[in-house]
Design a protein around this ligand. Sequence first.
Ligand SMILES: NC(=O)c1ccc[n+]([C@@H]2O[C@H](COP(=O)([O-])OP(=O)(O)OC[C@H]3O[C@@H](n4cnc5c(N)ncnc54)[C@H](OP(=O)(O)O)[C@@H]3O)[C@@H](O)[C@H]2O)c1
Length: 308
Amino acid sequence: MLLITTISGSLCVVCVCAILAKVVPDLRASVLTYGKLSETADAPRSKWVSRLAACTVPKSYFAHFYLGGLVFGLYCGIELALLKSQRTERSLGPLLDFLRRWDSSRGSHRVEGWKCLVGLGLMTCHLARRLLECWLVERPSPSARMHLSHYILGFGFYGAMVFGTWLEGVGDLSLWGQDKWQRQPTTGYPILSTVLGIGLFLYVSLHQYRCHSILAALRSNKKNEDGQRYRVPYGDWFEYLVTPHYTCDVLVYVSLCILYQGQSIIMLCGLLWTLVNLSVVASETKEWYIATFPDFPKKRWIMVPGLY
Ligand SMILES: NC(=O)c1ccc[n+]([C@@H]2O[C@H](COP(=O)([O-])OP(=O)(O)OC[C@H]3O[C@@H](n4cnc5c(N)ncnc54)[C@H](OP(=O)(O)O)[C@@H]3O)[C@@H](O)[C@H]2O)c1
């Protein structure tokens, strides 16, 4: 319960921080924008804001989040497989052993154990795909930077999401043996939600891949002939949206919440963070496109057709 509360609480805190970064001018000028958005960001108004804004790392370090998350996801998979196959105290790996000793089983029966394994599999596939896209598809500009706080947050977020796939069902996998917080018999439509969740996951993963491919195809290694390193993307969901790859990212977490039938609090908080964070960045992106390209199709919605 302690870890579940800590992770969910931290995700809510960072949601508030993202909103503050959007509305507080000094934070907006220092930590909010990254990559191309820094070109049109507000200028720092004081020395400390300039210093804070200067704490950056290359934006291509995004790949590190996915690599770290993927390794952690695979490791969790091994420990959970050991737990499921042997179910003896000695078969526990250090992570589950630590959890069993130091945390209580309360809250870890909310989700069926088998769904945790499906969710962990999907999250691991998501991280693997994103890592491969970073390495093989995307063409990041060497000059694009992101704030150090984003870098640290990225590791924390993907670590939390890997935990979030199984932490609230690990009691159902008998980590604590028989305990007083046992699951009530399943209600609702677990198979239907699983099929819907996996279906949506695959569908939006394909579109996110297409969107990243479209962005990569816009870029040549040298500056484009007209002096722009960036261009207006067209094709796939870019015809309707400014940042369809962000929409897909949010939908990945929606698909996981469908899989868990809304019973995983960590996953709901992860969805909230993704929605808040990417909505903030997406609105900045629209402003950047309009400021940078006079011919940008202004009728495109930011992330959700007809709504936002
Ligand atoms: N779950 C979360 O909280 C979260 C947070 C952030 C990102 N993400 C996901 O990570 C993925 C990447 O995010 P991002 O913020 O890096 O996206 P992004 O800023 O759109 O950049 C993606 C790639 O496309 C390039 N690019 C973007 N716009 C371009 C244009 N108009 N012309 C040419 N190239 C362009 C970027 O170049 P540069 O190298 O120059 O930037 C970068 O290589 C997204 O799918 C997003 O959903 C998730």
